[in-house]
Design a binder for this molecule. Structure first.
Ligand code: PMP
Ligand code: GLN
Length: 388
């Protein structure tokens, strides 16, 4: 194999999900819902297929979907977006992230990542020949109520060679939602050093208890240098559809499109029409409020379950993940613990060390996903109780 892929193992999600299937474990590892997406959205896909919207879509996305994305930005009060030049549809957020890094990073350019990071970011950077620079997110404690970073460490990560910063808010795996003052620090440095931001906001509708999602693109001076990436997978519980999109200035969209045309060229046509119906419907039918209320209940249930079996949990402000402190189990590394939990206890979780490039001074945690039916969470509870 080529040098750019030689170091890659299989992703932690593939490994733990395969182990979960093999052991019949309740899968609270890989992030995906075990319940159906909305009926009206599934119906829209069926209708699009029946109506023969089955040939190649325009490579930048079908106009109706790009217009629905622009309408969503408008309705949130974020910005008036031009659907012709400022929106590009991709095959999942995953493709948008890969394509954007390919389109914006030259070999030798430096890219800043907050660590832990969603696992795809590092291969995205190295496959483009970029050089990663890491800034640690630290768990709550030492007077911090939520995950936090040291402003001096962030500043020190910037150099004249910095080209890009990859942000993720709400954050996978920590559940952190970046506050306005934190986004302002990032924004100031990006403007000082003329750095572009790729902001992955796939969990933007999943925020809890007082947290507010703020797109960094809405901060003064940031629209021109930010590509905001999203996806319908989480928001509409349809992770298998892989409909993603990028919103940003025409210049950054033009760069992404130049890469996208040679990566996938276009994205599944009938699912784009259904995605448009989803975003259009959600503007008026109360979907997002109901979605958040249901997820708040799932979050509280999983929290209660983990605490009841003796795992202290860290607060989640957004995303559908909970981080549990596994120190009380006596295990010394999270990979061994998560394999044991999957194989011997029958509950799958993800070891957060998979989201770190530097393996020193890691907190001892396991990531549990609460995008699950109450009966699934209860089944996990039974197994955890039997073990503890
Ligand atoms: N970014 C983050 C932070 C994610 O958690 C995920 C999904 N696990 C993705 C991107 C990928 O999104 P998609 O399935 O739309 O490619
Ligand atoms: N984003 C999902 C997670 O964090 C998994 C996506 C994947 O399997 N690549 O669990």
């Amino acid at each position: 194999s080529a040098e750019r892929v030689r170091q890659f193992g299989t992703t932690i999600f593939a490994e733990i999900s395969a182990l979960a299937v093999q052991c019949g474990a309740v899968n609270l590892g890989q992030g995906f819902p075990d319940f159906a997406g909305p009926e009206w959205v599934k119906q829209a896909a069926i209708e699009a297929i029946t109506a023969d919207a089955n040939q190649y879509a325009p490579y930048i996305g079908v106009p109706r979907l790009r217009e629905a994305i622009a309408a969503t930005w408008q309705a949130q009060g974020w910005r008036t977006v031009d659907p012709v030049t400022e929106v590009t549809v991709t095959s999942g957020a995953t493709e948008a992230l890969f394509g954007a890094v390919q389109a914006l990073v030259n070999p030798g350019d430096e890219v800043i990542l907050f660590e832990p990071f969603y696992d795809a970011y590092l291969p995205d950077v190295t496959m483009a020949g970029g050089i990663p620079r890491f800034v640690r997110l630290h768990p709550p404690g030492d007077g911090h109520a939520t995950w936090w970073f040291d402003p001096a460490e962030l500043q020190a990560a910037f150099s004249p060679r910095t080209r890009l910063l990859m942000l993720n808010t709400p954050h996978n795996p920590t559940g952190k939602v970046f506050r306005r003052d934190e986004l302002e620090q990032i924004a100031d440095l990006c403007q000082t050093y003329d750095v572009i931001v790729i902001s992955d906001e796939v969990y933007d509708q999943l925020v809890f208890a007082g947290a507010t999602h703020i797109p960094i693109a809405t901060l003064p001076g940031m629209w021109e240098r930010t590509l905001t990436i999203n996806s319908l997978g989480k928001t509409f519980s349809l992770t298998g559809w892989k409909i993603g999109y990028a919103v940003g200035p025409a210049s950054l969209n033009a760069a992404l499109r130049a890469a996208h045309q040679w990566i996938t060229f276009a994205t599944a046509t009938p699912l784009q029409f259904a995605a448009a119906a989803a975003l259009e419907g959600a503007l008026h039918n109360g979907y997002y409020e109901q979605f958040r209320a249901e997820y708040t209940a799932r979050y509280r249930l999983l929290e209660e379950i983990l605490v009841s079996v003796g795992f202290p949990v860290l607060p989640t402000e957004g995303s559908y993940f909970l981080m549990a402190d596994i120190t009380p189990t006596g295990f010394h590394d999270d990979v061994t613990f998560c394999r044991y939990l999957t194989q011997e206890v029958g509950v799958a979780a993800i070891p957060p060390s998979a989201f770190y490039a530097r393996q020193h001074d890691l907190p001892l945690l396991a990531r549990f996903c609460f995008a699950k039916r109450p009966e699934t969470l209860r089944a996990a509870q039974q197994r955890l109780l039997a073990w503890r």
